[in-house]
Design a protein around this ligand. Structure first.
Ligand SMILES: [Zn+2]
Length: 59
């Protein structure tokens, strides 16, 4: 068992296992714990998402 939450690439189930308990497919880490150069991009994406949600909220 891993200490990180993995996501099944097949059925998108979240699990701590490296294989999906539901369908047995491989799971991946949706957000790698150590990632420095791309962290800024992730932050930008989060900002964009926030703006998107704000826009939607105005309708
Ligand atoms: Zn699965």
């Amino acid at each position: 068992m891993s200490e990180h939450i993995h996501k099944c690439i097949s059925c998108e189930t979240y699990t701590l296992e490296e294989t999906c308990p539901k369908c047995g497919a491989k799971t991946v880490l949706p957000r790698p714990p150590k990632f420095s150069p791309e962290d800024k991009y992730a932050q930008m994406k989060r900002e964009l998402k926030k703006e998107e949600l704000a826009e939607k909220g105005q309708y």
